[in-house]
Design a protein around this ligand. Structure first.
Ligand code: AMP
Length: 278
């Protein structure tokens, strides 16, 4: 923590631009893309590795979340990161493990409804990390679409002096969005997990073919998702990408966010795609 702060102070004095990629570790190519892009734009790139307890519910996977700092440090170096910040829980939460920043209305639907308190935890940890690292720009993945809206709103509300850049979701060759949680899947579940991406492709095809009713787009997703019996769908929705509000019928030029969350056995998967109505 002190090391990070004094490094930051040194960079400030020498006018070095700082990019920042917050992560929970177990790094993959999705994280790598964020680090590499930050490295293209900044003299210094800080990558944080912190499994944040306040964004996990009491029965979620905080304990079993994959942790391998040595491997992560190697990956960070490979993609062009210049500093790793891996604080302890005590350093991040000196006054107790509590979410003290509210996510606001964008944190309420979808993930917020299925994971109560999740986005308050996210907003709290990102606020604290930005406060310590004070980057010029922080980089986030579109994979966690609702999270990017919550963070942009928080940065705006708190008037933090940091730019937010969102980069596209990096996928496996078969379309599955890369995720640290994919490591939980059995070989059979791994094959089935592509159904989320296939459902999003079907939704995009429906929109491109002229469907404008949210219900029709959602039906396109559900009919693909229903082909995998083992899958438990939390939600599969088509909403306004600007603010996640419900729209009965989309209009030309509007951005539609199709968002899916589903469980395969004990693994919870999320994915999304944004399409502009033709
Ligand atoms: P996590 O370690 O899962 O909390 O993710 C850290 C950052 O990496 C977040 O901004 C995520 O949205 C981003 N990220 C995770 N998976 C991907 C992916 N497949 N493609 C792009 N960004 C990702």
């Amino acid at each position: 923590m002190e090391a990070m702060q004094s490094l930051r102070e040194q960079w400030r004095k020498t006018g070095r631009s700082v990019g920042f990629v917050p992560t929970m570790g177990a790094l993959h190519k999705g994280h790598g893309a964020l680090i590499a892009t930050a490295a293209e734009h900044h003299a210094e790139v800080v990558v944080s590795v912190f499994v944040n307890p306040t964004q996990f519910g009491p029965h979620e996977d905080f304990e079993r979340y994959p942790r391998n700092l040595d491997r992560d440090v190697q990956i960070i170096r490979e993609y062009g990161g210049t500093a790793v910040f891996a604080p302890s829980v005590g350093e991040m939460y000196p006054a107790g493990i509590l979410a003290t920043i509210h996510a606001g209305p964008l944190g309420e639907p979808l993930e917020g409804r299925h994971r109560p308190g999740h986005f308050d935890g996210v907003a709290t940890v990102v606020h604290r990390l930005l406060d310590i690292v004070r980057p010029d720009v922080a980089y986030f993945g579109a994979k966690d679409f609702q999270q990017t809206l919550v963070i942009k709103a928080m940065v705006e509300r708190e008037q933090l002096p940091t730019g937010i850049t969102v980069l596209p979701t990096v996928r496996e060759p078969d379309g599955l969005a890369m995720s640290s949680r994919n490591a939980y899947l059995t070989a059979e579940q791994r094959t089935k997990a592509t159904v989320l991406w296939r459902a999003l492709v079907a939704a995009q095809a429906a929109i491109t073919a002229g469907k404008r009713q949210a219900l029709d787009i959602e039906q396109a997703m559900l009919s693909v998702l229903s082909t995998v019996q083992e899958l438990d769908v939390d939600y599969a929705v088509a909403v306004n990408a600007a603010d996640l509000s419900s729209v009965a019928e989309f209009t030309t030029g509007q951005s539609v966010a199709c968002l899916i969350a589903a469980r395969l056995g004990t693994t919870r998967l999320i994915d999304n795609a944004v399409t502009v109505v033709p």
